[in-house]
Design a protein around this ligand. Structure first.
Ligand SMILES: *Cc1c(COP(=O)(O)O)cnc(C)c1O
Length: 357
């Protein structure tokens, strides 16, 4: 909570501190300068990497921060197993399995499709982390299969916590509020707000970045680069998650009010924050121009960015998410959108096992 204190105070922050969190991530992650990359690209903008590939647990990445809130200690009461779902090479499944192992819980992963080689990439890590793997044929079957697993566990006297796919819930998004606070501390509130580039898919990371910037009233220019979904979908999901997360703090469980449809969390302070969240969300740039042929299919721009980040900054990107986000950053440095005096921060969301599948 050191970062929260140093980042400021105010009602929004006070209520934020009241939300339960299980510490899993090695934070703050470093903000690494990449002057060689800037030199090579011939830009006088400053480039930094926010190294969330180094969040630690189960090889790290952005899912670790999201899980800290999804696995609120209050929600873990009596829980014996975590159940979640994803593709056969899901980063989210890997980190959830690692969290279960760290916390002494069982873990079931519902995976749609067979990996080509279960001995490689995340498929290998899912198994190394001790998860039980249930394979289904289609993405659409995952929800029901997770429920079946939870029932099976309950039938055996246990209790499952079902973690939604990608941990992209209002709660999970809270993890990225912390990342914003770290970045603001690392950059200094006296300096001009930076550009922040992130890969985006289910919108949880972006939602948290939006809420964090709104809480701090920090005018960072957020750019979200889709790994798969249309830009409009990502904008809508992330905005919804940011608004919902803004309402989480201070919200007392009150089933009566919930049933009547009233919003027990909405006080005067919430209204101000909700407005700032919408304003921040409106200012975000979301692009799907770097997806290429589809999710997980490499693009020439992504491969070029991967070589540049590797050879000029010593930073390893993954082909599914960060390569495409880095391609967007490189394009905007080249076309001068990001120019002399600007500071561009690349949020490295992880994903390295995809290099080894
Ligand atoms: C899941 C993931 C993302 C996308 O994050 P969302 O919160 O789902 O938008 C980006 N990069 C990597 C490496 C991921 O694993």
């Amino acid at each position: 909570m050191r970062v929260l204190r140093s980042a400021g105070s105010g009602p929004a922050l006070d209520r934020l501190k009241a939300i339960g969190r299980t510490r899993l991530a090695t934070v703050p992650t470093p903000l690494l300068p990449a002057p060689g990359l800037a030199d090579h690209l011939g830009t006088r903008a400053r480039i930094s990497i926010k190294a969330d590939d180094c969040t630690g647990l189960g090889l790290g990445g952005n899912k670790v921060r999201k899980l800290e809130y999804e696995l609120d200690p209050a929600r873990l009461q009596g829980v014996s197993h975590l159940v979640t779902a994803g593709g056969p090479h899901s980063n989210h499944c890997r980190v959830t399995a690692a969290a279960a192992a760290r916390l002494g819980l069982g873990c079931t992963l519902v995976v749609n499709g067979e990996p080509e080689d279960p001995g490689r990439g995340n498929a290998r890590l899912h198994r190394l982390l001790g998860a039980r793997i249930v394979t289904v044929g289609e993405r659409g079957e995952r929800g029901a299969a997770m429920e079946d697993e939870a029932n099976r566990i309950a039938g055996a006297g246990g209790k499952a916590l079902v973690v939604p796919i990608g941990a992209s819930t209002a709660r999970g998004a809270m993890g990225y509020v912390h990342a914003v606070m770290e970045m603001r501390d690392q950059i200094g509130s006296g300096n001009a707000p930076p550009w922040i580039f992130t890969s985006s898919s289910s919108g949880g990371t972006l939602g948290g970045l939006i809420l964090g910037c709104a809480i701090l009233d920090w005018r960072a220019r957020l750019v979200a680069v889709s790994a798969d979904e249309p830009a409009a979908t990502i904008r809508e999901t992330a905005t919804g998650l940011a608004v919902a997360a803004a309402r989480l703090p201070g919200r007392e469980p009150d089933p009566q009010k919930d049933l009547s449809g009233a919003d027990p969390g909405a006080g005067r302070g919430d209204m101000d924050l909700a407005d700032r969240v919408l304003e921040t969300a409106d200012a975000v740039t979301v692009t799907d121009r770097f997806v290429g042929a589809g999710y997980g299919i490499p693009t020439p721009e992504g491969e070029e960015a991967t070589r540049l980040f590797g050879a000029r900054a010593g930073v390893i990107l993954d082909p599914v998410y960060t390569a495409k986000a880095a391609a967007a950053l490189v394009a905007r440095l080249r076309d001068g959108t990001i120019s002399a005096g600007d500071h561009a921060v690349f949020l490295h969301t992880g994903g390295h096992p995809a290099l080894f599948r």
